[in-house]
Design a protein around this ligand. Structure first.
Ligand code: AMP
Ligand code: MG
Length: 411
């Protein structure tokens, strides 16, 4: 993010982990043709060129009077009212010299008219209208001024939001080619995990990653196949993984990737495919596993809930977006003044749960939650995003820090 050079020992820089994953992203899923009303959140599989000019013809941007600007004296003057055109009317009759027609927003300009004066600036007297000075083109939306027929409307690789769907509808496009949704199998690893609603025996905890990661995936447009908890045992892990790899495009698991774990997961994956364990220079986070199971990519994020969340947001998200066929996959950090001092120098890049707080003048600054443990989610619930402090970086209050908003990272 900053290009700072740090001695990371045997840790992998975050940016390298992301680019290694992107290099190995699978080709996007197959293409399907869908109706526009099913297209929200889907990724365009082909460039779309406009079949029409937008607007399709010259039309009025205001309710008022359409005229030929040369007919109006410099200081303004009177013209004869020659008719009325509303939105939806056809404007066939050409405008006669020294005439104006009453016109409404969105109505086509009559042939010959080149200017519109808003009605609140006009005075009516019987058959005549007084118009103030006007320049050619005032309040006219020209044919093709937004997009010309045949020009690029939207590029392949774009995820469709409400505004893109509106634009396509406005160009009269009813069906589009998108990638079919990416199918991701989600697995949790850990014998201590129980489901919310079930009683806990001593030593057990509730499975929070299953719920949190599933919602992240859905927010990114992925179809989730929830495999629940994989028992910490070789045969069970092998069975769950091999079923998942036959049903999904990609596997994501949490837990079981730290040093010192019981190694069932690792052995099961090695039997079915291959796996690399990476140690990434980020906090929270660090352990990450990447490999393949029966030819399907597999990513393992750490089990601590905040580490799982942040590793998924920062490292896994670009990979999953690329695997859906998206081109623009990296978040855009904002530079915002810090409302805190950060004096410790860390080897690992810090992703701190943070909030944007407006000061007296409305100027935003970044505040940190006092509790930054990788095991706890309360700070992430309080936060609007992540303050990013690079390896060895010190920050003084009012220095700019990079801020990644959850709103960006969760879509
Ligand atoms: P691990 O990465 O498996 O070593 O787990 C690290 C920590 O995260 C341990 O305290 C686990 O109990 C906890 N943990 C692992 N998986 C989950 C999960 N799905 N939900 C909540 N906590 C978990
Ligand atoms: Mg574990």
């Amino acid at each position: 993010m900053t290009g700072r050079v740090c001695d990371l020992g045997n840790l992998m820089p975050v940016d390298e982990a992301i680019s290694r994953l992107l290099d190995q992203a699978p080709p996007p899923p197959l293409v399907q043709m869908i109706r526009l009303d099913q297209a929200m959140g889907r990724v365009l599989a082909a460039d779309i060129h406009s079949p029409v000019n937008l607007p399709a013809w010259d039309n009025s941007a205001m309710d008022g009077y359409a005229l030929r600007a040369v007919d109006l004296p410099e200081e303004g003057g009177w013209l004869l009212i020659g008719g009325r055109i509303a939105a939806g009317d056809q404007a066939c009759a050409p405008l006669l010299a020294q005439q104006a027609v009453q016109i409404f927003t969105g109505a086509p300009l009559p042939p010959g008219a080149d200017t519109v004066v808003p009605q609140e600036r006009c005075r009516i007297d019987g058959e005549r209208v007084w118009l103030p000075p006007a320049s050619v083109g005032d309040h006219v939306r020209k044919e093709g001024e937004e997009v010309r027929r045949g020009h690029l409307l939207l590029k392949a690789g774009k995820r469709l939001r409400a505004q893109e769907i509106g634009l396509l509808a406005g160009a009269g496009i009813a069906r589009i080619e998108v990638y079919r949704p990416l199918q991701v199998c989600l697995l949790s690893s850990g014998n201590e995990l129980r489901e919310p609603g079930d009683p806990l025996a001593p030593g057990q905890i509730y499975n929070s990653n299953r719920y949190c990661l599933a919602e992240l995936l859905r927010g990114w447009g992925v179809e989730v196949h929830d495999y629940g908890v994989m028992a910490d045992e070789l045969a069970a892990s092998r069975h769950a993984l091999s079923l998942a790899s036959s049903e999904c495009d990609l596997l994501l698991s949490s837990g079981g990737v730290s040093v010192g774990e019981e190694d069932h997961l690792k052995h099961a994956i090695e039997e079915l495919g291959s796996v690399d364990f990476w140690r990434i220079a980020m906090q929270p986070g660090k352990p990450l596993a990447f490999g393949e199971v029966a030819g399907k990519p597999w990513i393992g994020v750490p089990g601590n809930p905040s580490a799982a969340l942040i590793t998924a947001l920062v490292v896994v998200r670009p990979f999953l977006l690329r695997a859906q066929g998206m081109t623009d996959v990296m978040p855009r950090p904002l530079a915002v003044p810090a409302g805190f001092d950060w004096l410790q120098r860390n080897k690992r890049r810090q992703y701190l749960r943070a909030r944007l707080t407006p000061g007296a003048g409305g100027q935003l600054s970044v505040e940190l939650h006092p509790q930054q443990s990788s095991a706890m989610l309360t700070a992430a619930c309080w936060a609007d995003g992540l303050a990013v402090i690079d390896c060895e970086q010190q920050v003084l209050k009012h220095d700019n820090v990079m801020f990644l908003s959850f709103a960006d990272l969760m879509q």
